[in-house]
Design a protein around this ligand. Structure first.
Ligand code: GLV
Ligand code: MN
Ligand code: MN
Length: 408
């Protein structure tokens, strides 16, 4: 039993989807639960229905598109990713995984294959974490890593909550989040790094992903007049934040090389040219493959920021928004990906993920694995993110064959 994916159809779907929120530089701005996200969700649902899928939406807005199998009671073999993007993101991060799932269903239809277990494509809500500071919201709630009510109460910088944003776009669904289960889950994604391209390999069988800890830091000083308050008397929250940012960046290089620390989002208040900023809120994203090192990094980061706050007459609030442990994917799922490559004589390597993914959350409630394909120059979270149609098709073929091994 076999089915072949259609490279051009996959590419055309990706390019059509990329028109929603498309930017002048050729990237995508499709912030989670925005109007662009809604239009992309609608299009995905239309395409999935046309391909014979039934659509369900859960209470955190995850979309499940199911292609029925012979055994309606069998747990579905699922795939998916996210169609939200970074504020200045690319066409492939996340979108590829959802469109690859759609191509799997379309190719199975073409080949007239009926699987035993249903096949399910998932679009997970807000993987990127660009809007509500916390990533993997949908897959996090689905897998029990996040509490539903707390996730719904998260708010963006305008005070709009996840619950309100879901209602506004019509994707607050009736299915209780986490009430359905998968027989297995495979996610296709661009690598977002340079390794596969450098080795000239079209596929990576992903072994696992590094852990991640993210924080929202609130630095408070005192607002003041930019013209009248002498420098020595100031309690400038943004100057404190700048010192913390430099210290955190320097701290990162004191651990083993994969350690990374990023200050990516800063809100300065009142954000006025001639007022000394009394309050600044910023995010920290820290990552390492080793849990003990992550723990040490958290302690060091908090201590260093507190020392700077104390020395500058500032107060510091620390809120942990993500504590994700390093992930090891299911050995049988990883082997299914390798075997799918061997059977079609596709060259591959085992690889670790530097980025976080929805599969990392799902891995705790279902056997999970991932398939990486190369992206040009390893560039991602950037409007110039690019990938080759051939590589995307090969990765999707491996996805289809891996899923079929489980579903038939
Ligand atoms: C996902 O984009 C991540 O932050 O790794
Ligand atoms: Mn992604
Ligand atoms: Mn991303």
């Amino acid at each position: 039993m076999t089915a072949d994916v259609n490279k051009d159809r996959l590419w055309n779907s990706l390019m059509t989807l990329a028109e929603i929120g498309g930017t002048a530089k050729g990237g995508v701005r499709r912030i989670a639960l925005s109007d662009e996200d809604k239009r992309a969700r609608d299009l995905f649902c239309d395409w999935a229905r046309d391909a014979g899928c039934d659509i369900r939406v859960d209470s955190i807005g995850n979309i499940f598109a199911r292609r029925p199998g012979r055994s309606p009671d069998a747990a579905p073999i699922a795939t998916g990713s996210h169609i939200d993007s970074q504020p200045a993101g690319g066409k492939f991060d996340g979108a590829f995984g959802v469109m690859a799932g759609l191509e799997v269903v379309r190719a199975l239809n073409d080949a007239g294959i009926e699987t035993e277990a249903p096949i399910e494509i998932v679009d997970w809500t807000d993987e990127e974490g660009a809007r509500f500071a916390a990533g993997c919201i949908g897959s996090g709630v689905f897998s029990g890593h996040r509490d539903l009510d707390k996730a719904l109460a998260l708010s963006d910088s305008d005070g709009v909550t996840v619950a309100k944003a879901l209602e506004d776009i019509g994707y607050a669904g009736p299915e209780p989040a986490g009430s359905s289960r998968f027989g297995a889950y495979f996610e296709a994604h661009i690598e977002q790094g340079p390794i596969l391209e450098a080795k000239g390999l079209p596929v990576g069988a992903v072994l696992g992903a590094q852990g991640q800890r993210c924080f929202v830091m609130t630095v408070e000083g005192v607002d003041g007049h930019a013209g009248t308050l002498p420098m020595a008397k100031r309690q400038d929250s943004f100057v404190g934040t700048a010192k913390m940012t430099v210290a955190l960046s320097e701290l990162a290089s004191t651990y083993d090389p994969p350690a990374v620390i990023t200050v990516g989002h800063v809100r300065v208040m009142p954000n006025s040219r001639n007022t000394i900023p009394g309050k600044t809120i910023f995010t920290i994203d820290s990552r390492h493959p080793d849990a003990a090192t992550l723990e040490r990094m958290e302690a060091d980061m908090t201590r260093i920021c507190q020392e700077i706050a104390d020395a500058s007459g500032l107060t510091l609030g620390v809120e942990a928004v993500t504590r994700a442990e390093p992930i090891v994917f299911d050995e049988n799922c990883v082997e299914a990906v390798r075997e799918a490559c061997r059977k079609r004589q596709i060259r591959f390597m085992d690889i670790h993920s530097g980025a976080g993914h929805d599969a990392c959350k799902v891995a705790s409630v279902a056997p999970a694995g991932m398939i990486f394909v190369p992206c040009v120059d390893g560039i991602s979270h950037n409007e110039f993110e690019d990938a080759r149609p051939e590589d995307l098709a090969i990765g999707t073929q491996v996805l289809l064959d891996s899923m079929l091994a489980y579903a038939s």
